[in-house]
Design a protein around this ligand. Structure first.
Ligand code: SAM
Length: 203
């Protein structure tokens, strides 16, 4: 099923197990420890906006987009309550123009991993590179396949799936195993991947 239809159905049913009320600690750790200084940031596939709101509260100039309107309405309400200034846009990140580009920092949590073919993941990596400024950074949180097989939960991608998709466009700064930041007792395993937009083609 086409990705927009799939997510629209989930949101219409109120099924959004990925939604989280606190910002993901993986984002906070990278932003605070690297550090990533406040800059123009984009979150594609932002869902209900928690991480974008945290970025805005931390001084970033944030644009966030989702292809489905339902989570964006939730995100806008949350942002209003916290007085965080985020530009929430409904658009298809892969196919639509991103007007506020270029950005210095892109963050996605569970958007890249939603694509189930190598070709689509590569297209997405190319699109992220095209909206980043020179030396721009992309932090991606990606469901990991290093768990026993299961019927539900985030998509399970391998480290190779990530490298194959991004290496043409990005120098990988680090790729490490971790877990999602949420309130679950046993959060799903993920890859935490920080990438820098390439100036030169890979060897
Ligand atoms: C697994 S959810 C993660 C949402 C959010 N990042 C979070 O962690 O709560 C993936 C999100 O990507 C959005 N999405 C899927 N395809 C998209 C596209 N082409 N453009 C923008 N957003 C898209 C979905 O609607 C969904 O909200």
């Amino acid at each position: 099923m086409e990705i927009k239809k799939r997510f629209s159905k989930h949101y219409e049913k109120g099924f959004m197990p990925w939604a989280h009320e606190e910002p993901d600690f993986n984002l906070i750790e990278v932003v605070e420890n690297l550090p990533v200084k406040p800059c123009k940031a984009l979150e594609p596939g932002c869902g209900t906006g928690t991480d974008s709101i945290w970025l805005a509260q931390s001084g970033f100039d944030v644009t966030a987009c989702d292809v489905v309107e339902i989570p964006l309405n939730i995100a806008r309400e949350k942002a209003e309550k916290t007085e965080a200034s985020v530009q929430f846009l409904q658009l298809d990140f892969l196919n639509d123009d991103i007007k506020n580009a270029p950005f210095d920092f892109v963050f996605d949590r569970g958007y890249f991993h939603s694509y189930d073919t190598p070709g689509k993941r590569k297209n997405l990596a190319g699109k992220v590179a095209s909206v980043l400024s020179d030396n721009g950074l992309w932090l991606s949180l990606v469901g990991s396949c290093d768990s026993p097989p299961r019927d539900s939960g985030p998509p399970m991608r391998s480290a190779k799936n990530i490298v194959d998709a991004v290496e043409k466009y990005f120098e990988i700064q680090f790729l490490r195993a971790g877990f999602f930041g949420n309130k679950e007792e046993k959060p799903a395993k993920i890859w935490v991947c920080l990438m820098k937009k390439r100036a030169l083609l890979p060897c």
